[in-house]
Write a protein of this length. Structure first.
Length: 410
């Protein structure tokens, strides 16, 4: 039964975490609903991989531009209704994508779906920050990350299984329809997710804009943005092109390639659980994040450069997923510290737009596949992970400098 009265913080932690996790899970399923179908769409529409990658570019470009604005709207008007609207929009676009008869029809749908996707991180993290008790907040962030990883892991298996037993049209319509049901659940439980957002809008419009510009221009926020851009390029490269690269250049069947990607993503979810435990028991969050993405870079480099068996490649993908997943909770702790004292929706919206920038540029890897260079896809992913390592150190140094500055003033 829907909850209509707004409750107090901490009184329904499990229900809030579960409902936000469901929305985040579905957003990740729908983000990855179309990319595993690229080999089938390539055959259906007769267009190149780079052209098919334009769908993902438009999706994440729209999501990135929309996310910064969505963060401001979350702080000004509250998150629950925006979350339901975003999930409804994203789900509807995927349903309609299942009805298209020509490649060009997917492109405007990518923009609509991306705008729907733009609300999730600022809305989800604001709801959790305001509605979950402080002592459970770390676990709430970890659960949020795990739900997204599970969504990514589910999507390739679900969409390809349905497509193989029916066709890709039915697969997209089915996944989008499930998303519409989830959107209804979120909309029907506004009271459970609602909170008093008036504190974020207490300043005048001019003061609020000035404060926002000052915050997003701070070095720590820009470094966090860069971190998200690099790791998202790597992650989106895996999600969009690993199946195609493995099936065209590593003698994997389409089914084995999709299972290998799902293994990577499932291990990333398991890494999130372990990373949540580490985040609660260490103050060295930057070292956890740096070590994890460095290890993921090494695994991808091995896949790109060494002649390996299919089992060994799958094992390296599993280790890379685990290592990358471990970084998630520590990463969110660092970003939350960077955003201390500022509207959570605004800062999370801007920083996570780096995620969309990285995801929007990853489709250029399709050009490598058009040139029959599948190994180069994994090499590019390894380089992106490696480039993210120094940004973590810069975030750490900027947070430390900010914490020490008041003491120096005294």
């Amino acid at each position: 039964m829907a909850v209509t009265a707004i409750g107090r913080r901490g009184e329904s932690d499990g229900a809030v975490i579960g409902l936000v996790g469901l929305a985040h899970y579905m957003s990740h399923v729908l983000q990855l609903a179309l990319p595993p179908l690229i080999p089938l769409l390539h055959a259906t529409f007769g267009v190149g991989y780079l052209a098919l990658g334009l769908y993902t570019t438009l999706f994440y470009a729209a999501s990135g531009f929309g996310q910064a604005a969505a963060g401001v709207l979350v702080d000004r008007y509250g998150a629950p209704r925006l979350l339901a609207l975003g999930l409804f929009t994203l789900s509807s676009a995927i349903v309609v994508a299942g009805l298209v008869t020509a490649y060009w029809m997917l492109l405007p749908l990518a923009v609509i779906a991306g705008l729907g996707n733009s609300v999730f991180h600022p809305a989800d993290l604001s709801i959790l920050s305001h509605r979950v008790s402080e002592r459970r907040l770390g676990r709430a962030f970890a659960a949020h990350g795990v739900s997204g990883s599970l969504g990514y892991a589910t999507a390739p298996l679900a969409v390809l299984t349905i497509a193989q037993h029916a066709n890709w049209h039915v697969a997209l319509i089915a996944l989008g329809s499930v998303g519409l049901v989830a959107a209804g659940l979120v909309a029907g439980n506004h009271g459970l997710l609602g909170y008093d957002h008036t504190a974020a809008t207490a300043h005048t419009g001019t003061a609020r804009r000035s404060r926002y510009v000052a915050v997003i221009g701070a070095p720590v926020v820009l470094m966090a943005f860069a971190y998200f851009a690099m790791t998202a390029f790597a992650g989106s490269g895996m999600q969009n092109w690993a199946v195609t690269a493995l099936s065209t250049g590593y003698a994997f069947s389409l089914g084995a390639a999709s299972k290998s990607l799902s293994l990577y993503l499932l291990c990333a979810g398991g890494g999130m659980v372990l990373g949540g435990f580490l985040a609660e028991h260490t103050q060295q969050h930057h070292r956890v994040a740096m070590s994890g993405i460095a290890a993921a870079a090494l695994m991808m480099l091995g896949i790109a450069a060494l002649p390996l068996s299919a089992i060994t490649i799958a094992a390296l993908l599993a280790v890379a997923g685990l290592a990358n997943g471990i970084t998630g909770p520590s990463r969110d702790v660092l970003v939350r510290r960077a955003a201390a004292g500022v509207g959570t929706g605004s800062v999370f919206g801007f920083v996570y737009s780096g995620f969309d920038l990285g995801s929007a540029t990853a489709p250029v890897l399709g050009g490598l596949l058009d040139r029959n260079l599948p190994q180069a896809v994994f090499l590019a992913i390894a380089c992106a992970f490696a480039l993210a390592v120094p940004t973590v150190m810069q975030v750490r140094q900027q947070i430390r400098a900010g914490a020490e500055r008041p003491a120096e003033a005294d």
